[in-house]
Design a protein around this ligand. Sequence first.
Ligand SMILES: [Zn+2]
Length: 254
Amino acid sequence: MIRCCSQFFALVVGLFATCSFLGGQTMPADTSVENQPLIILLGAPGSGKGTQATTIVKEFGVVHISTGDMFRENIKNQTAIGKKAKSFMDAGQLVPDEIVIDMLRERLQKPDSAKGALLDGFPRTLAQAEALETIIKGHYKPIVISLEVSDKTVMDRLTGRRSCPKCNAIYHVTFSPPKQEGICDACRTPIVIRSDDTEKTVKDRLSVFHKQIGPLKEYYAKQGLLEEINGEIGSTLTAQACVNAIKARLNKKD
Ligand SMILES: [Zn+2]
C-alpha cells in the first residue's frame, strides 16, 4: 500500500513536471539535468572565444550552443520560433530577446544538453542575462568565463587577418602568413581583408562590446560567478586556465 502511494505520488509529480515542461515556462524537473554546468563564454571579438570553446566542450563533454547556429537551424527547419525570428529579420529588425530565450529553452531541453552546455554569443546584454537566469535556475550551474584581451591585441589580431575569397582559408599577416605574400597556399587566389576586419569596423565592434560588457560582468561578479581569464598568454595556457577555473567551480560545494 505504501508502495502504491509512493508510485501515485511519483506519477503526480511526473505529470506536474511534464505539464510545466510543455507549458514552456520552466525547464523539465529532471534531476539528471540539475546542476550541470552552463558555461557562459564572454569576450571581445578576436579574444579567442572560438578556440577556447572547442577545448572546453571537449574537456567537459558539454554541448556547444551558438546563438547563430541555433537561429539558422530553427529557420532551416521552419519551426514556429524560427518563423517568428525570420519575420523580424526579414523586416530588418533585431530579433527580440524573448524569442532568443524561447529558442534557448528548447535547445537546452534536447537530450544532448543533459551533461551541460557552453553558451557562445549569448548573453550579450544585461537584459538577456536576466532572462537567461529565469530559465536555468535550479537546473544548471552557471560558470562565467571572461576572456580578457586588450583593445590593441584585438586590433592586431583582427586587422592582420586575411581570408581567401575562394576556399575561405584564414591567414594572419604576422601570426600565420601564407608562404607567398598575399596569395592563398591552398588555391593560389589573392587573399583579402574581410569587411568585418577593417580597422574602422573593428573599432566600432569594440565600442559596442565595451558598452555591453561592463554591466554584464558586474551582474555576474555580484553573484560570484565570474572568472576573468587572461587571453593574451597563448591559446594553450589560456585553455588550461579556463579548464582549471571550471574544474575548481564544479568541485566547489555551494
Ligand atoms: Zn584559397
